[in-house]
Design a protein. Structure first.
Length: 380
């Protein structure tokens, strides 16, 4: 199946990622596994999660290199199987060294698949349709996220370990799907992809994306801990994740009808304001605030994640997909380092300070996009 057949390629990517996403809820419970199950302090958990984030940076770079040399299929397979082994170690390990070591291995494997899957879309889908292609990927992952959140809520009754074991199983199944479905052909080669990808505008956009990614990673790392500190059960976090995913589905359907008429800057402003409002509701700590906040947080993701990624993808050209998406994807590695170092002290001060500080950061990004929309507009 050639990489130039957009519909077939996109469906294959979506299928593999959905299978993986069905069990992809373990990431949100790393902090809870370390703090509650193993008795580590919040400060120690913050350091471990920061090192995990640091490991995702070379993981992303290696994923980009492998995607350009091995092709998407085997890069994705290798990444998924490596994640499965690490997740199993986190789930069944009963000592701090074993679990922490597995967390670090997970960090080194976690980003291997991202450049490959994103590059397939960037290379195979025509530029005018890339936003809707990323939107389709995000929307279908949100569908799987609903099931994922429900599974997390149910598995939480048997402890956090069960969540990681299930996540490992889904990674193995996704690797099998990748072998069967993903194209074996490699995209067009560029004689110097990394040098060509390192444009000034991509680096600037990566810096902006890092600020957004940091907010997302604070949510990923700290939500289960914040819910636990507010006096709610582990299952509550699963239901909150399910509500957020369902809201993302609904918002994505609206966005798909408006994307051709909505400038990227507008989508980013609206998305960040919605995110800030949702985080402010989470600051209350009560169940109603968690649910309403999850609706806004999930809906904002449909506007923000696809727009940030699609804008980056349009900065490349033939043969540059993996390199461009690797460079932009480093924003998530940096964010994974910064988020726990920022989030853990804020959570130590209380649930309210954590989410209100994140809300302020989201409003600052909204203001930045509203005041300087032209760079985004030119790229879109």
């Amino acid at each position: 199946m050639p990489l130039t057949h957009p519909t077939s390629v996109l469906r294959a990517v979506v299928a593999v990622r959905v299978v993986n996403r069905l069990g992809g809820f373990g990431m949100s419970f790393l902090g809870l596994r370390l703090a509650r199950d193993l008795g580590m302090s919040l400060s120690s958990v913050g350091v471990v999660l920061a090192v995990f984030g640091a490991c995702t940076i070379p993981s992303r770079i290696l994923g980009g290199v492998l995607a350009t040399r091995l092709g998407a299929r085997w890069t994705v397979v290798l990444g998924l199987l490596s994640c499965a082994a690490a997740l199993l170690g986190i789930g069944v390990g009963d000592t701090v060294p074993v679990v922490v070591g597995s967390v670090l291995v997970l960090g080194l494997a976690y980003e291997l698949i991202e450049p490959a899957t994103q590059a397939i879309i960037a290379e195979a889908v025509a530029a005018p349709r890339q936003a809707s292609a990323f939107a389709l990927l995000w929307s279908t992952l949100a569908v799987a996220g609903v099931v994922s959140g429900l599974l997390a809520a149910l598995l939480g009754r048997w402890g956090v370990s069960a969540i990681f074991v299930c996540d490992a199983v889904s990674s193995v199944l996704a690797a099998g799907a990748a072998v069967v479905l993903l194209p074996s052909a490699r995209a067009e080669r560029h004689h110097s992809p990394w040098r060509a990808a390192l444009s000034r505008r991509l680096l600037v956009w990566t810096g902006i994306g890092t600020a957004h990614a940091t907010l997302v990673m604070v949510i990923v790392f700290m939500l289960p801990l914040a819910v636990d500190r507010a006096g709610h059960s582990t299952s509550t976090t699963g239901w909150v994740l399910a509500v957020a995913a369902a809201a993302a589905i609904a918002a994505q359907r609206v966005l798909s009808r408006l994307e051709t008429r909505m400038p990227p800057a507008t989508a980013l402003v609206v998305g960040h304001v919605m995110l800030a409002a949702g985080l402010a509701m989470w600051a209350t700590g009560d169940l109603a605030g968690l649910v309403l906040g999850a609706v806004l947080e999930g809906a904002s993701g449909s506007l923000l994640l696809g727009t940030y990624q699609a804008t980056a993808a349009r900065m490349g050209g033939p043969g540059l997909g993996a390199a461009v998406m690797t460079v932009f994807g480093l924003s998530w590695g940096v964010a994974s380092v910064v988020a726990p170092l920022v989030g853990a002290p804020l959570l130590a001060a209380g649930v309210g300070p954590l989410w209100l500080a994140c809300a302020a950061g989201s409003l600052a990004l909204a203001a930045g996009h509203a005041l300087r929309p032209h760079p985004v507009g030119r790229l879109a």
